[in-house]
Design a protein. Structure first.
Lengths: 377, 425
């Protein structure tokens, strides 16, 4: 450590973290109970005690690029044992939200995603895009006919993909840019705090580490180490596999449509459809359980960022299943409307993920891979 | 000392609690001429101090202080001592209280010579609460060698058994009276000083520190008894699981103190107590290593700071800034591993030791046992002194966590407050 260190507190940063759910950070008196209570905190430079100190001192640059805030799974064991009620779990969660908006460009969009007042605008964006692009291209048919309800007759698959593909590409680009900066910052932070002995990041080794952590993520091993919030592990797993299943289904549809030129809707007997239904139900139940879990935890801070994601997940699952069942029930108008809402939510998922709490799927994965790569004990 | 001609008393003072604070208040008031009733619920005076091995920072045994106080009480006809006594009700107002006191039976009268024949005759063994259950004693017992009044006690647990009869028969002085019953008396006093003291915080409530779960995790008050020459090990510090002499001891500071899940306040004495207890171990075992895990080490005042500096010079005493939050036991060796983050180095420390001492804090007695009077308390059970209203005052640890010196200063002050109540009547 340097002989002298000039602390330059960023007051604005402290206030932001406080707003994002870290309101009790200043109660911390650095006893380090949290770092021991945490079941997944390493022996070398454990978290979250040092993050609590850096936050109350407003040391933004020590935190934004700190991989440790992503290793935390917010199980709440630290907050339960905390003798001061400083709620380290919620502070770290707030730091993650801040870090997401820091790495996601354009910043204005990141701000909007975290601001409840901007929700109507965010919701209106996909509707406007669909209507405008639909009307310009003429791919939007307001009087879909035929005996059978086919959602694609209303929203042409061409229209959907014309909008969704660039949106997905946009999300990937935002993530790529964010990750580039994040990985560099994370490595610099690890070197500064003595968390790694690797001077440079070697791409091959990093990818190997990434492959190694995938089973951990799939099995939710870290969640299972949690004491206080164990019930959340199963619910999170349901949401996780719900999304994963639907991702596989969507890609299968896409390939089948463009390669084999086979149009939906598929028969309910088709195994892909089975997967879609199971995944949809899993998503709905999982997100409901997570909501219940969050609502019942009175000692945990829940903010807009948390509810935004939960409602999005639940909305996606519900509208998807409703669009399908109403189609089978022959309720044409209702089904087309719900399908429209569903498409809006899917678009929001793509477009807003890099700016929302859901971005953890990328940042946490990368941070866990880096942890594996760094050789920290 | 005051003589009978000074300071005419215009009423009496009741002191509730015969620990170091209560003794001081009683003596200060009595020695300037006031009549004092000293009410103590235990069968002996001396309270928590009687259980200590040594005072900090001078490391002298508490018997010195207690002995002279007992002597002063004996010599002073104005102090009336009631042991095994509890206040049941307080009526009236400042200057004019009627206090109902319940006197529990000791079953031993003043004929007792402390010969010990009754204890020898007994067979049933009961838990020795004076030694925190670390040994068992006979149902007829002397609480400790220096007990004042120096008289045996028959435990209510053996009343009605054959043992009680055997004890009675063994007594050559006709000192045992098994027919004694509890009685209540009313006392008229002008002011009351509550010196009800403290209880060690119940360490079993601190889930993550393993007390009650692992044998070799003890509390600091148990350590005092282990180190005391009249304790269960005759002053040898031996760990509970196998009576081994510990070669390494970890002290866990703030065990339940400064913790809103337990006692939110600093208990004031535990840092000094652990530093003192480090000397107990180091004096007995020259190679023993001591690990003190702390949040902030508090040695208030110049004398305590000096004591801390002295301990720091010992190369076998290690200070780790970080609170222990996890403990585990090796099932074969019964050694304990404590885990903390050393916040100076930022590394987790897993320290395996022979014995762990939890520096548990003090909880006011009134927190768990409501006092039968119109008194005001903080959320934590410390009594709030209302000097405008007057009449009743808290002294010593009943009003805030304190060491012996501060308790005595405070207790002297409260003696004056009690006297002022009488004078202004």
């Amino acid at each position: 450590m340097a002989d002298s260190y000039l602390v330059e507190p960023d007051i604005g940063f402290i206030n932001e973290v406080v707003k994002l759910g870290g309101q009790d950070v200043k109660k911390c008196f650095q006893c380090a109970t949290c770092a021991v209570a945490c079941p997944i905190s390493p022996d070398t430079k454990p978290f979250p005690r040092k993050e609590m100190l850096a936050t109350s001192w407003g040391l933004k640059d020590r935190l934004i690029g700190n991989g440790d805030i992503w290793l935390c799974h917010n199980c709440g064991d630290c907050s339960t044992l905390c003798p001061r009620g400083a709620k380290p779990g919620d502070v770290i969660s707030a730091l993650r939200a801040y870090a997401v908006s820091e790495y996601a460009k354009p910043k204005a969009l990141a701000k909007a995603v975290n601001d409840p007042k901007k929700l109507p605008i965010l919701a209106a964006i996909p509707a406007v895009i669909f209507l405008v692009v639909g009307l310009i291209t003429g791919l939007l048919n307001f009087s879909p006919g035929g005996d059978e309800i086919v959602h694609a007759h209303f929203f042409s698959t061409w229209l959907v993909d014309l909008i969704m593909l660039p949106t997905a590409a946009f999300a990937v680009a935002v993530f790529a840019n964010g990750l580039k900066n994040f990985i560099a910052d994370m490595h610099a932070n690890a070197l500064l705090e003595g968390k790694t002995d690797k001077q440079k990041i070697d791409a091959g080794g990093f990818i190997q580490a990434l492959i190694k952590v995938i089973p951990t993520i799939f099995k939710h091993n870290r969640f299972n180490e949690c004491g206080e919030n164990k019930a959340r592990g199963t619910a999170h797993m349901m949401v996780f596999y719900g999304f994963l299943g639907l991702f596989i289904v969507t890609n299968t549809f896409f390939i089948v449509l463009y390669v084999f030129k086979i149009h939906g809707p598929y028969s309910q007997l088709n195994p892909v459809k089975w997967l879609a239904n199971v995944a949809g139900v899993s998503l709905v139940i999982g997100s409901l359980l997570l909501m219940k879990e969050r609502a019942s935890k009175k000692d945990q801070v829940s903010t807009y960022k948390d509810w935004f994601l939960l409602w999005l997940a639940l909305g996606l699952g519900l509208t998807g299943l409703l669009a399908e069942t109403s189609r089978l029930a022959g309720m044409a108008g209702f089904s087309y409307f719900i399908y429209f809402v569903h498409l809006m939510l899917v678009w929001s998922l793509f477009a807003y993920t890099p700016f929302s709490k859901l971005a953890h799927l990328v940042y946490r994965t990368v941070a866990m891979a880096y942890q594996e790569y760094s050789g920290r004990k | 000392m005051a003589n009978a001609n000074t300071a005419p008393a215009s009423g009496s003072i009741m002191v509730v609690g015969g620990g170091i604070s209560g003794l001081t208040t009683a003596l200060e008031a009595a020695e300037v001429g006031y009549e004092v009733f000293l009410v103590e619920k235990n069968p002996y005076l001396g309270g928590r101090v009687a259980q200590l091995n040594q005072y900090f920072p001078k490391l002298c045994p508490p018997t010195c202080g207690l002995e002279i106080n007992f002597r002063r009480i004996k010599d002073n006809p104005r102090i009336k001592v009631f042991t095994l006594a509890e206040v049941e009700k307080v009526d009236g107002s400042a200057g004019n209280y009627t206090v109902t006191v319940k006197l529990n039976p000791r079953y031993v009268n003043e004929n007792c010579t402390c010969c010990g024949a009754c204890a020898e005759a007994c067979e049933i063994e009961i838990s020795d609460e004076f030694n925190f259950g670390m040994r068992r004693i006979k149902g007829a017992y002397l609480p400790f060698e220096m007990a004042f009044p120096a008289r045996y006690v028959i435990s209510p647990q053996i009343i009605g058994t054959e043992d009680a009869q055997k004890a009675k028969e063994a007594c050559k002085y006709d000192a045992i009276d098994l027919e004694m019953t509890a009685k209540t008396i009313d006392l008229q006093v002008g002011s009351i000083v509550w010196a009800t003291g403290w209880e060690p915080y119940d360490a079993t409530r601190i889930d993550n520190l393993g007390f009650g779960q692992y044998d070799n995790i003890i509390t600091n008050m148990m350590m005092e008894r282990l180190a005391a020459p009249n304790g269960p090990t005759k002053g040898k510090i031996l760990r509970p699981s196998d009576d081994k002499e510990p070669q390494s001891v970890a002290f866990v500071q703030c065990a339940g103190s400064r913790d809103e899940n337990h006692l939110p306040y600093c208990s004031y004495i535990c840092c000094m107590a652990s530093l003192k207890q480090a000397t107990y171990v180091r004096e007995r075992y020259p190679d023993a290593k001591i690990y003190i895990f702390y949040i902030d080490l508090r040695a208030p005042g110049k004398r305590y700071e000096k004591f801390y500096d002295k301990i720091k010079e010992d190369e076998n005493v290690f200070f780790i800034k970080g609170k222990v939050a996890e403990v585990s036991e090796d099932p074969t060796t019964k050694n304990i591993t404590v885990v903390a983050e050393d916040t100076i180095s930022g590394e987790k420390v897993h320290q395996t030791v022979d014995l762990v001492v939890l520096a548990t804090g003090m909880q006011p007695t009134a927190a768990n046992q409501k006092l039968p009077a119109d008194l005001q308390f903080t959320e934590d059970g410390f009594m709030i002194n209302d000097y405008t209203k007057g009449g009743m005052f808290a002294a010593g640890c009943a009003s805030k966590p304190a060491d012996v010196v501060s308790s005595n200063q405070n207790a002297t002050g409260m003696a004056l407050k009690a006297i002022q109540t009488l004078a202004s009547k």
